[in-house]
Ligand binder design. Structure first.
Ligand code: GLY
Length: 350
C-alpha cells in the first residue's frame, strides 16, 4: 500500500508513504541509521538485511523522551562529522517519535539540510509522528520548542515491527487513530467500532486510513496555519495533563485519550456533539484499555496551565472540538466559565 503526500504549495516536498512494502533499499551514498538500544536490539538485524549503502553507520542514542535534547542531537551531529558525512549523505530515523523528531531535526540542520527517511517502529509514530515533517527536541522550557518543519524523502511503515510493541504503547497509537476518525471521517469511525485492531489485517487498514488522512491535512497546511491544528484534538487538555504528571504517568497517546474525552464534554456542553456520540467515542477508547479520566485537584489551576502551552497564542486557548463525529470546530472564544464547568466534572473527589 502506498499513500502520496502532495503539498499544495510546494510540490518539491512531495513524498510517498509505503506500508509494508519495504524489501530492499540501495543507496550510493553514506547513510546513518539513527536508533536507540531498545529498537536496535529488537529490529536492527532485520533492517540491516534490507539496506545497502556506500558506507552504512548506526548511531544509537539513549531511549526515551528525557533524551530528546540538545545533548543527543550533538551526539548525532558529532557522529556525522566524525564519519565525514556531506550534503549528499542520508539519515534514516529508525524508532518511535523521539528518534524520528531528533533525526529529522539533525537532518534539517546538518550542513543546512540533508535528506532523511523515516522508518517508524511504534504505532503512534506510524500513524502520526513520522508523517508531516515536524522535527525537533525538548529543552528546559518545554517540549518541541526547538525544531523545524522538515519533510522526509519517504516514510516506510512496516507493521511487523509492531509485534513487539507493549500493550500500552499499542493503545497510545490507537488513540491517535481515533483522533483522525472523530475529527475527519465518520465512516472510518464506524469501521473502527466494528473492527478489532489486534487483527493484523485490520490494523494495516487503519494505519493506511490514518496516514491518508494525515497526508491530506498536512498537504494543505504544512506549517500548521490552519487545518493541521485539527490534529491537536485532545491535545490542549493532554499537554496540561502530561505537564502536571511530569510526563511520567501517561504515554502521550494516553493523555490524548483523556484529552479527547474532556474536549468531547466541552463539545457536548456547546451543542456540537450529542452525548450519545461522546459515549461512543469513550467506548472505542475503552475497547483498547485507554484511560478516559483524570482526577483534577483544582479546576482553576488546570485552566491556568493551558497558558503554558506554546499553542496558546495571544492569551487565547484554542480548543479543537468534534462537530458530530467526522467534523470539527476550532474555537478560541469559549467562555472561561464553561471550560471551568467541564473541568469541575473531572475533580478528584477523594
Ligand atoms: N502530530 C500532529 C501533527 O503532526 O501536526
Amino acid at each position: 500500500m502506498q499513500t502520496e503526500i502532495n503539498f499544495e504549495n510546494q510540490k518539491s516536498l512531495n513524498y510517498t508513504i509505503y506500508i509494508d512494502e519495504l524489501q530492499k533499499l540501495e543507496f550510493d551514498r553514506k547513510v546513518a541509521i539513527v536508533t536507540n538500544p531498545k529498537v536496535a536490539g529488537l529490529h536492527l538485524k532485520v533492517l540491516l538485511n534490507m539496506i545497502s549503502a556506500k558506507e552504512l553507520y548506526v548511531i544509537t542514542v539513549p531511549d526515551g523522551e528525557a533524551y530528546k535534547n540538545q545533548k543527543s542531537l550533538d551526539m548525532i551531529l558529532e557522529n556525522l562529522f566524525n564519519h565525514r558525512f556531506d550534503r549528499s549523505s542520508l539519515l534514516i530515523a529508525f524508532g518511535g517519535g523521539v528518534i524520528g523528531d531528533m533525526t529529522g531535526y539533525a537532518a534539517s540542520i546538518f550542513q543546512r539540510g540533508i535528506d532523511f527517511i523515516q522508518i517508524p517502529t511504534t504505532l503512534l509514530s506510524q500513524v502520526d509522528a513520522s508523517v508531516g515533517g515536524k522535527t525537533g527536541i525538548n529543552n528546559a522550557y518545554g517540549k518541541n520548542l526547538i525544531g523545524a518543519f522538515y519533510q522526509p524523502k519517504a516514510v516506510y511503515i512496516q507493521t511487523p515491527f509492531l509485534q513487539t510493541l507493549q500493550k500500552r504503547e499499542f493503545g497510545a497509537g490507537v488513540a491517535e487513530i481515533v483522533k483522525m476518525a472523530v475529527t475527519f471521517d465518520r465512516d472510518f469511525f464506524v469501521w473502527l467500532e466494528q473492527h478489532d485492531l489486534h487483527s493484523q489485517k485490520d490494523l494495516a487498514t487503519a494505519i493506511q486510513k490514518s496516514v491518508e488522512t494525515k497526508a491530506w491535512v498536512v498537504g494543505q497546511d504544512e506549517k500548521e496555519k490552519g487545518i493541521r491544528a485539527v490534529l491537536n484534538y485532545g491535545h490542549t487538555f493532554a499537554h496540561v495533563i502530561e505537564n502536571m504528571t511530569n510526563y511520567s504517568r501517561f504515554l502521550h497517546g494516553e493523555a490524548v485519550s483523556i484529552g479527547m474525552v474532556m474536549a468531547n464534554k466541552l463539545a457536548v456542553k456547546l451543542g456540537l456533539l450529542c452525548s450519545k456520540d461522546a459515549d461512543k467515542i469513550e467506548q472505542l477508547l475503552l475497547k483498547y484499555d485507554l484511560p478516559v479520566s483524570f482526577g483534577i485537584t483544582d479546576a482553576h489551576t488546570f485552566y491556568d496551565a493551558f497558558f503554558l502551552d506554546k499553542k496558546t497564542k495571544n492569551a487565547k486557548i484554542t480548543f479543537i472540538l468534534p462537530k458530530e463525529i467526522g467534523g470539527y470546530e476550532m474555537r478560541t472564544d469559549i467562555d472561561k466559565m464553561i471550560v471551568l464547568d467541564v473541568l469541575e466534572e473531572f475533580i478528584d473527589e477523594k
